[in-house]
Ligand binder design. Structure first.
Ligand code: ADP
Ligand code: MG
Length: 225
C-alpha cells in the first residue's frame, strides 16, 4: 500500500541528508581554499581579483554550513535531558579560540543543576550562532559574558557582549533570512537559532545599543535532572 510521508518525517530525512552532505563538503572546500591561496601568491593582479572572488564565495559556502550544520548529526531530532553546564563546556571549547583570534575574551558562568529538554546538537548550533555573532562584533577590549540561572521553573540564559551593538532598525530585522551586515555573512545564523529555540518551547529576545553592546536573553522550560 501507499503511505504518504508526514511533513515532519520528510523534514527529518532532508535534514539528515543535509547533515551528512555538510560533513563531506567541508573538507574539499578547505583544500580548495588552500590551493587558491597558493596560486594567488604567484599570479598577476588581474587574475588575483578573480581568485579573491573565488575565496569569498568559498567562504560563503562554508559559512552556510557553519550557520546550519556545525553539529548536525544523524538521529537529529532526538531530544534528551541536557545539562546546561555540559552544553556550554562544549560551546566554550569551540569558541574560545575564535574569541582570542579577535583579541577578545569569554567569561562563562553556568551553575550546576540546570537542566533543559532538547536535542544537544541543535541547542549547541543555536547558541554557537549567537556567540559567534558576539565574537564578530567585538572591538578593542572585547568581552563576552554568558550566564545562566533558574527562576520559577524557567531557565534563563544571557549572552552579553561589549561589541559594536545595533540600532533599532537592525534589531527589528534579526532572524530575518538573509539579513546580514557582513561582507562574508550568510544572514541565516539567527534565523536558524530562532527556529531551534521556538521548537524547544523557548523564547529569545535581544536588546542592544549602537557603540555599547548587545544582550541576548533566552528563556526555556526547566527540566528535571
Ligand atoms: P550573519 O552573522 O551571517 O550576518 P546572523 O543571522 O547571524 O547573520 O546575524 C544577522 C545580523 O545581525 C548580523 O549581520 C549583525 O549585523 C547583526 N547582529 C547579530 N548579533 C549581533 C551582535 N551580538 N552584535 C552586533 N550585531 C549583531
Ligand atoms: Mg551570524
Amino acid at each position: 500500500f501507499n503511505r504518504e510521508l508526514q511533513r515532519s518525517e520528510k523534514m527529518e530525512i532532508i535534514s539528515e541528508l543535509a547533515a551528512s552532505v555538510a560533513h563531506e563538503v567541508r573538507n574539499p572546500l578547505q583544500v580548495t581554499r588552500g590551493f587558491i591561496q597558493l596560486i594567488s601568491g604567484k599570479s598577476k593582479p588581474s587574475e588575483r581579483e578573480y581568485l579573491h572572488l573565488a575565496l569569498v564565495e568559498l567562504d560563503r559556502a562554508s559559512g552556510i554550513i557553519t550557520d546550519f550544520l556545525t553539529f548536525a548529526k544523524p538521529e537529529q531530532s532526538r531530544t534528551t535531558i541536557l545539562r546546561v553546564f555540559d552544553e556550554f563546556k562544549h560551546i566554550e571549547g569551540i569558541l574560545t579560540p575564535l574569541a582570542h583570534l579577535q583579541g577578545g575574551r569569554m567569561v562563562v558562568n553556568i551553575p550546576d543543576g540546570i537542566w533543559i529538554r532538547g536535542n544537544s546538537s541543535k541547542f549547541k548550533q543555536a547558541l554557537i550562532n549567537i556567540v559567534k555573532n558576539s565574537i564578530e562584533a567585538l572591538r578593542e577590549d572585547g568581552q563576552i559574558e554568558i550566564h545562566a540561572f533558574l527562576s520559577e521553573n524557567k531557565v534563563h540564559i544571557q549572552i552579553r557582549d561589549n561589541g559594536e551593538g545595533m540600532g533599532e532598525e537592525e534589531l527589528a530585522r534579526l532572524g530575518e533570512p538573509y539579513f546580514s551586515n557582513k561582507s562574508k555573512g550568510t544572514g541565516l545564523g539567527l534565523m536558524v537559532t530562532f527556529r531551534i529555540i521556538e521548537a524547544m518551547d523557548g523564547n529569545i529576545s535581544y536588546s542592544s545599543k549602537k557603540g555599547v553592546g548587545t544582550e541576548a536573553l533566552i528563556t526555556l522550560p526547566a527540566a528535571e535532572g
